[in-house]
Ligand binder design. Structure first.
Ligand code: ZN
Length: 385
């Protein structure tokens, strides 16, 4: 098999992700000759993308000089869009968040006005907190199915006015840098993966207003053709009693999502404004809320029994605003441990998010690094005269 010769982008990536700390590490990981590594490293240092600490301190000695990403190399700007809010983050090129803010935001306003508004807020954040550094890549997570090749949103049930909208092209015209458009649960999975060392196969559920799931298989995000992991429209009942936002009846989302539970609570005379309030009510022991989250956990767990047997993950991780409801997590565990094959559950962990509310921003940072480093700017970066 012929492998392409690793370029400067791949070397920068090895350092940014902490896989290499010295020229010797880079030679070992890349397979390049030490002289070729040194040539590329010198160019990356000249371009202001890498720094080498300890240079000159050990002339002729054995201690290798330590490489790290230059703090001034640039920024990633990231938006994690939910149904009613957007979380905006700036990260360095290694994906480490530097600043995170949250704003209310209604995606029902439609694609173009919502994206323009988000771009304005991102530019404000860069101006206020970006230290004058250049933005090298922009990432956005959306609560709907994304065609990864085109960067378009395809038939989302909770995003009126967004179907087929060219999100990547819109953001690219505005920022002129590599753009990542990704399903929100996929971003959460990519971020959560960083917090579960030793776990190469994960199912990461986002249970908020809607229900989503991202899959990490063999240490990589598994997108399929874009729809992989979408468990929200699995049929969980057969009595056609509740219509789902997708147009079919009796989907998991129609019974177990935050939106469904809010409607069920309202029917019992308890009005709440956000799914996170349901978790609060359940924590306070309000019986309508505890019954509903327990039932939702049982339905989600029933769907997961098939998926856990089929995929046999190392961990099932649950995030999103309803993951704060202990009864929901306990009901998921109960269903899966009771019904799955012993071999599938023997070492299985089922737990709440470790990466927390910034999981999607962390995930976008790690995925964007690939897009940014694959981009021509790294390869074309010439040493300054
Ligand atoms: Zn549905």
């Amino acid at each position: 098999m012929h492998l392409p010769v690793p370029g400067k982008g791949e070397l920068l990536r090895l350092v940014a992700l902490g896989h290499a700390e010295s020229r010797a590490d880079l030679a070992r990981h890349s397979g390049l000759a030490p002289s070729s590594v040194s040539l590329r490293v010198e160019e990356l240092i000249e371009a202001g993308l890498l720094q080498e600490e300890g240079a000159g301190a050990s002339r002729g000695g054995r201690r290798p000089r330590r490489l790290r990403l230059a703090p001034q190399a640039g920024l990633l700007a990231i938006a994690d869009l939910g149904s009613h809010h957007v979380r905006l983050g700036l990260a360095d090129l290694s994906g480490t968040p530097l600043a995170v803010v949250e704003h209310p935001c209604d995606i029902a306003a439609g694609a173009e006005p919502t994206l323009d508004w988000i771009c304005d807020r991102l530019e404000e954040l860069v101006a206020a907190r970006g230290d004058g550094l250049p933005v090298r890549g922009v990432g956005i997570g959306v609560p709907g199915p994304v065609d990864p090749a085109e960067g378009t949103v395809i038939s989302p049930s909770r995003m009126p006015g967004w179907s087929e909208y060219p999100v990547r092209a819109h953001l690219s015209a505005r920022f002129g840098v590599p753009i990542l458009v990704e399903n929100d649960a996929n971003l959460m999975a990519a971020g959560e993966y960083l917090a579960w060392p030793g776990c190469e196969n994960l199912m990461v559920l986002k249970v908020g207003t809607g229900i989503g799931c991202g899959i990490i298989a063999g240490g990589r995000l598994h997108r399929g053709r874009g729809a992989a992991g979408d468990i929200s429209h699995v049929r969980v009942r057969a009595d056609a009693s509740v219509m789902c936002s997708c147009g079919h009846s009796d989907c998991l989302e129609a019974y177990a999502s935050g939106a469904a539970l809010m409607a069920a609570l309202a029917a019992q005379g308890v009005e709440v404004a956000h799914p996170s309030r349901i978790a609060d009510l359940a924590a306070d022991g309000v019986p309508q809320a505890t019954n509903l989250v327990r039932g939702a956990g049982r339905l989600i767990g029933d769907v997961l029994t098939a998926l856990v047997n089929f995929f046999n993950p190392d961990a099932v991780v649950i995030g999103g605003s309803l993951s704060a409801a202990e009864q929901l997590i306990a009901a998921v565990r109960g269903a899966v441990y009771e019904r799955c094959l012993p071999l599938a559950t023997r070492d299985l962990k089922i737990d709440v998010t470790r990466a927390g509310p910034d999981a999607a921003i962390l995930g976008a940072g790690s995925l964007l690094l690939d897009a940014v480093l694959a981009d021509a700017w790294v390869e074309q970066t010439a040493p300054r005269p």
